[in-house]
Design a protein around this ligand. Structure first.
Ligand code: PLP
Length: 353
């Protein structure tokens, strides 16, 4: 606290990112990073940019990257917006599209950055409870509102709506912006991207942090009708014209073009998730059906906070949220096969012994 803070700064309640501890031999399963490294071609492209050209500003429009993403998704470059991680894309989206006269709707349990942005941009919002099975019911969104944002798959639950359900949501709310945050879509959910052509109110947000193993590079993007993208650019160019450096633009292009590496990494994570789900079930955990690179699980006989602490004592970090409805759950990232086995062995000691 300082008397030099603005009134806004006093009012903010910032997001708490998953911790990045500096412990040796840590089994780090708390922030949904990819267990494998990025594409070797992406690393090569990043290294190639570490030269004299860094003297010069990067392309403010990230034209080559937008062209690559447009071709990848079957869209045009004016339907693509680039940001410094999808968190930044989301921030601009909240300012450009989600501040309307009616309240913004999102689930009571979802990405906890959404209410933070509402605080920063002074956006009125209402949360819509997930059903008893912790799923989003689109019928619950049939109410007066100014905009809707959903993470699909949802975080931290990992459950997903089908494309048909998203299409129905879009049809029922054709007059307001609807944003679908697909940070985890590549691990097993249906993307809403094919609905962009028929729904000018749809913005889909993606990131290279999760399925492309590039959380450290900070690249995210949004796809939607060119008019929506234009709105995002107005906000971006009022904030930071050069959000992505040269290495990030080059690395992202190479990562998107390395389809074989991407597919291989996805398959490994999905297989690891299946092993993790089976192992947790065997230990008596209730595990939500996950379409993401993490699972959300609780044990009927153990408190979430205690489980997280016991794991931490064994140098295994998972995410625990001290929040209503989910305080007994753990969100566990799918790690390497070895990490999955280490975690299951530790949980076996804790809940079995
Ligand atoms: C991880 C995550 C993001 C942010 O990813 P960036 O690293 O900022 O691209 C956005 N939305 C959800 C739901 C996430 O889990």
């Amino acid at each position: 606290m300082s008397r030099f803070w603005s009134e806004l700064t006093h009012r903010l309640s910032p997001y708490t990112p998953g911790e990045q501890p500096r412990m040796p031999n840590l089994v780090k399963l708390n922030t949904n990073e990819h267990p494998l490294g990025p594409s070797p071609r992406a690393l090569e492209a990043i290294r190639a940019e570490a030269g004299d050209s860094l003297r010069l500003y990067p392309d403010p429009q990230a034209t080559a990257l937008r062209e690559t993403l447009a071709a990848y998704h079957g869209l045009t470059p004016d339907q693509v917006f680039i940001g410094n991680g999808s968190d930044e894309v989301l921030a601009h989206t909240f300012a450009a599209l989600l501040k309307q006269s009616g309240p913004l709707l999102f689930p009571d349990i979802t990405y906890s950055f959404y209410p933070v942005y509402c605080g920063l941009f002074d956006i009125a919002y209402e949360t819509v409870p997930l059903d008893a099975a912790m799923q989003v019911q689109i019928a619950d969104y049939r109410r007066k509102c100014g905009a809707i944002i959903l993470a699909n798959p949802n975080a931290p639950t990992g459950t997903a709506l089908s494309r048909a359900q998203i299409a129905q949501l879009l049809d029922e709310h054709a007059d307001i912006p609807v944003v679908i945050d697909e940070a985890y879509v590549d691990f097993g959910a249906e993307s809403a991207v094919p609905l962009i052509a028929s729904h000018p109110n749809l913005l889909v947000v993606h990131t290279l942090s999760k399925s492309r193993a590039l959380a450290g590079l900070r690249v995210g993007y949004a796809l939607g009708d060119a008019a929506l993208i234009q709105g995002l650019n107005r906000v971006k160019d009022s904030f930071n014209s050069y959000p992505l450096g040269r290495p990030a633009q080059a690395g992202a292009i190479a990562a998107i073009k390395d389809e074989a590496y991407f597919q291989q990494g996805r398959a490994i994570v999905i297989a690891g998730r299946e092993r993790l789900v089976a192992g947790l079930a065997q230990l008596g955990f209730e595990v939500l059906p996950s379409a993401a690179n993490f699972v959300f699980a609780r044990h009927p006989g153990h408190e979430g906070k205690a489980l997280a602490a016991e794991l931490r004592a064994r140098a295994i970090i998972v995410r625990h949220f001290n929040a209503p409805r989910i305080s007994d759950h753990l969100r566990i990232t799918v790690g390497t096969n070895e990490q999955v086995e280490t975690l299951l062995a530790a949980l076996g000691e804790i809940v079995g012994g």
